[in-house]
Design a protein around this ligand. Structure first.
Ligand code: NAD
Length: 291
């Protein structure tokens, strides 16, 4: 049993902290929103009145926050309140530069650290089946692994500081681009008089196959569990896809990488969000692409 502090009990952090409790860990939690603290208390998390109370006596601290600036602010408070040697793990999706800065802050405080963003969404967080992509030293990863295993099914060590965030934004850039490609193909097929099922049967077993068609088909019918069958309720909200695509473009700019399709995908999802679709599943972009 490990004593864990969990900071950020939102859509993802709430169920992740609950799974740590289920696995037998003692978990103290903190969120700026008191209703979320109460909801977590009902799952066995001990509510704290602030960050320093939450991290008091913790062996491991986990953060699950919206953006890089929130993580850097929270880590400043955390690192000021914990003894050296306490492991600090950030599971948020944030820019690579902020992730590396957080690691540097932890190193200066003599605390091992890991960036460990996740894939799998709120359903994966609730089911404890998330994929973790981790960046940090092998020692930090080895210490964090049993904790992450209580919240996820696949835990991948991607490399040194920031490598987890790098893997996350590269993966989601592929996803954003591939979903647009699949949507365009279905929209073209419709104009050509091709049935959704016929295109699915061919493309899902041919060279067009990918997660966006085989598992998450953006039209109703061929994959009954995809959000297209549920009025495009997320799933993975378009606003979160846009956030990740923007992070990929920030990273491309910073490193000089050429990602023209990533840039186009970011622009299309920005337009889609501007039209009031940020809260819908990202595969609903097919409606905009139909014109
Ligand atoms: P959320 O907004 O529901 O939760 C974030 C929580 O952090 C909020 O409750 C907020 O009050 C809290 N918070 C902010 N600053 C704080 C501070 N200083 N101290 C304590 N609490 C603070 O967001 P979410 O959907 O849970 O996502 C969290 C992270 O996970 C994001 O980086 C997101 O991109 C990533 N992510 C989300 C999903 C998803 O499907 N929701 C999937 C993969 C990754």
């Amino acid at each position: 049993m490990t004593k864990i502090a969990f900071i950020g009990l939102g859509n993802m952090g709430g169920p992740m902290a609950a799974n740590l409790v289920k696995a037998g860990h003692t978990v103290a939690g903190f969120d700026l929103v008191s209703a979320l603290l109460q909801a977590s208390e009902a799952t066995g998390v001990q509510p704290a009145s602030d960050i320093s109370q939450a991290v008091s006596g913790a062996d491991v601290v986990v953060t699950m926050l919206p953006q890089g600036r929130h993580v850097l602010t929270a880590w400043t408070d955390i690192l000021g309140a914990i003894p050296s040697g306490t492991l600090v793990i950030d599971c948020s999706t944030i820019d690579v530069a902020s992730a590396r800065k957080a690691h540097e802050m932890a190193k200066a405080a003599d605390c091992p650290s890991l960036d460990a963003p996740v894939s799998g969404g709120t359903s994966g967080a609730a089911a404890g089946t998330l994929t973790f992509m981790a960046g940090g030293t092998p020692e930090s990863f080895a210490r964090a692994k049993p904790v992450l295993e209580a919240m996820g099914r696949k835990i991948v060590h991607c490399g040194e500081a920031g490598a987890g965030q790098a893997a996350k934004i590269c993966n989601n850039m592929i996803l954003g681009i591939s979903m647009i490609g699949v949507c365009e193909a279905f929209a073209l097929g419709e104009k050509l008089g091709l049935s959704h099922q016929a295109l699915f049967d061919v493309a899902s077993t041919s060279s067009g196959q990918c997660w966006s068609i085989n598992t998450y088909c953006p039209v109703p019918g061929p994959v009954p569990t995809s959000p297209a069958n549920n009025d495009y309720k997320p799933g993975f909200a378009a606003a979160l896809m846009l956030k990740d695509l923007r992070l990929s473009q920030e990273a491309a700019l910073a490193t000089g990488a050429s990602t023209p399709l990533g840039a186009e995908a970011a622009q299309l999802f920005a337009l889609f969000e501007k039209q009031g679709n940020g809260g819908r599943d990202f595969s609903a972009i097919i409606e905009m692409l139909r014109g």
